[in-house]
Design a protein around this ligand. Structure first.
Ligand code: IPE
Ligand code: IPE
Ligand code: MG
Length: 295
């Protein structure tokens, strides 16, 4: 009882703190540890995936509450095809059921949530491909918030597909090699058409500190913040989520601060710190909340 009260107090405190600063526009999450959770609490591994899917639902709710515009969740990687046939079948069943629920959920429509799958969808069983099509069709006109579900997804494969696609266009005379830049590459990735594909924060549960071939291009363009935590996905709580957001906010603050220091050093090095430059710098610092204006 006391524990619960303390938890809620702490959660409220963290929520207030997080709401004072800007939140990430795009969060990507590697939902790891379903089977280890099941092993630890001595239930069948299948239930680990079921409980994991429940956490995903809560997670989407927390993202909505905080006003996160875009979320990408890693549901099944290309490497996961090497899991046993029964396990794959169970995971695909759970994803299918959850996609159907999403398509019917009134919150999806009230929030104008556009749901898209990213990955080599053609490798999935047809019943899952159909469920993907249903939810994508039902939400394709929405632009309120975005939920991208990475299934049969591999980051290197995504880049390879993009390169092959561009090479084909060059061969056919539809693209010039000197036109290829970051934005052209982004337009050839699975995330093309997604509101803003650059990821601001990547979260991984389950204790491993690696990103397992997840969104390598999208996460590095913006040098996104990363939050690795020990809880297994089924036990990931709102306070873990809020802590992840705090990590993003602190990183943003540090980046702005170091940009400011660099500019100040540059001006000093040039020996031309004109009054206007200094005033501009000071105004920028106040705007970003790095300095307080004295009253
Ligand atoms: C993540 O949990 C879910 C999927 C990869 C589908 P895992 O199934 O990887 O569980 P652990 O990491 O082995 O505990
Ligand atoms: C990462 O979990 C992929 C997903 C969450 C879908 P894995 O358990 O498959 O990753 P590795 O094997 O630890 O890299
Ligand atoms: Mg795992």
């Amino acid at each position: 009882m006391l524990r619960k009260t303390l938890y809620h107090g702490y959660e409220r405190l963290l929520t207030d703190e997080v709401k004072k600063h800007g939140v990430p526009r795009h969060i990507a999450v590697i939902m790891d540890g379903n089977r280890r959770y099941a092993d630890r609490v001595r239930i069948m591994r299948y239930y680990g995936h079921i409980y994991g899917a429940r956490t995903t639902e809560q997670f989407l709710e927390w993202c909505w509450e905080l006003g996160i515009r875009q979320t990408t969740i890693y549901a099944f990687s290309t490497e996961n095809f090497s899991r046993s046939r029964p396990e794959r079948a169970k995971i695909f069943e759970i994803i299918t059921k959850k996609l159907d629920e999403l398509a019917d959920d009134p919150r999806t429509h009230e929030r104008r949530m556009r749901v898209s799958a990213i990955g080599e969808v053609h490798l999935l069983p047809t019943y899952l491909q159909d469920a993907i099509m249903r939810v994508e069709d039902a939400t394709q006109s929405y632009d309120g918030i975005h939920l991208n579900i990475a299934v049969a997804y591999g980051g290197q494969r995504e880049i390879l597909d993009a390169v092959q696609d561009m090479a084909r266009k060059v061969r056919e005379g539809k693209l010039r090699t000197d036109e290829i830049d970051e934005s052209v590459i982004s337009r050839h990735l699975y995330t093309n058409g997604v509101a803003d594909s650059d990821v601001d924060l990547i979260i991984r549960t389950g204790g491993d500190i690696r990103t397992s071939n997840f969104l390598p291009w999208q996460a590095n363009g913006s040098e996104c913040a990363a939050y690795f935590c020990a809880p297994f996905w089924p036990e990931f709580r709102k306070i873990d989520f809020l802590r992840a957001i705090r990590v993003y906010q602190m990183r943003e603050h540090e980046q702005k601060q170091s940009a400011l220091t660099r500019t100040a050093n540059m001006l000093a090095a040039c020996g031309s710190a004109e009054l206007d430059d200094v005033i501009g710098l000071f105004r920028g610092a106040v705007r970003y909340g790095l300095l307080c204006r004295s009253r």
